[in-house]
Design a protein around this ligand. Structure first.
Ligand code: DX5
Ligand code: ZN
Length: 220
């Protein structure tokens, strides 16, 4: 395994009544990034949080806030999420007709630009914007909820995306149903950032859970 593996717990599985405390807890438990799922009840059939919550958790960690925007339209909100303290802002390729413009907006706000592909969207859809990307997120579940099962066919998609990235400095993130049981296969296929919600927050054993996912990925 060449590139270091980064673990990004998704706070969608945290206790929302104690979000600041939970962010400090996963930071202390050894996470590398904090994954923030933003859902609008339109692009996905669920509603989660907005820029105000990103701003509220920002002071609770120095670690990168990896903000996953499952919203459409997305361009009108990029500046607010940037100002709120996001480090990586990821939009969905399916969120609108002007992906290239969205990525330019993110970079012009001084942030890292990511694109996410739902399971049905082929990687060819983003080939034309590779030079505008810092991260590609392969969804391994249908977006909208935590606690779903990993879609096995996504392991091959990760490998195809890794091949498409080539030597570009682009992170390859996998999100949805990641556990110690499949983290190795994801890493072997080429993912270097692993998002985990339910597997990271399970039973309140944050440090053990994060370590188990990291070990499984590193020993693939
Ligand atoms: C789903 C989100 C994921 C989710 C991951 O739409 O993008 O980040 O919270 O949670 P688990 O790991 O439980 O599938
Ligand atoms: Zn996510």
């Amino acid at each position: 395994m060449t590139q270091p593996i980064l673990i990004a717990p998704s706070i969608l599985s945290a206790d929302f009544a104690r979000l600041g405390e939970e962010v400090r807890a996963i930071d202390a438990a050894g996470c590398d990034w904090v994954h923030v799922d933003v859902m609008d009840g339109h692009f996905v059939p669920n509603i989660s949080i907005g820029p105000m919550v990103v701003a509220a958790i920002r002071p609770h960690t120095q670690k990168p806030l990896d903000v996953h925007l499952m919203i459409a339209p997305v361009d009108p909100y990029i500046e607010a999420f940037a100002k709120a303290g996001s480090d990586v802002i990821t939009v969905h390729a399916e969120a609108g007709p002007h992906l290239d413009r969205s990525l330019q907006l993110i970079r012009s706000a001084g942030k890292k630009a990511g694109v996410s592909l739902t399971p049905q969207t082929p990687e060819s859809a983003i080939e034309y914007v590779l030079d505008r990307l810092d991260l590609i997120l392969v969804m391994s579940v249908n977006p909208g909820f935590g606690g779903q099962a990993f879609i096995p066919a996504m392991t091959q998609k990760i490998a195809r995306v890794r091949a498409m990235i080539g030597t570009r400095p682009i992170h390859l993130e996998v999100d949805g149903g990641v556990t110690p049981a499949n983290a190795g296969a994801c890493a072997k296929a080429g993912a270097d950032v692993l998002v985990a919600g339910s597997a990271a927050f399970r039973d309140g054993r944050y440090a053990d859970n994060i370590a188990a996912i990291r070990k499984a990925a590193q020993t693939a």
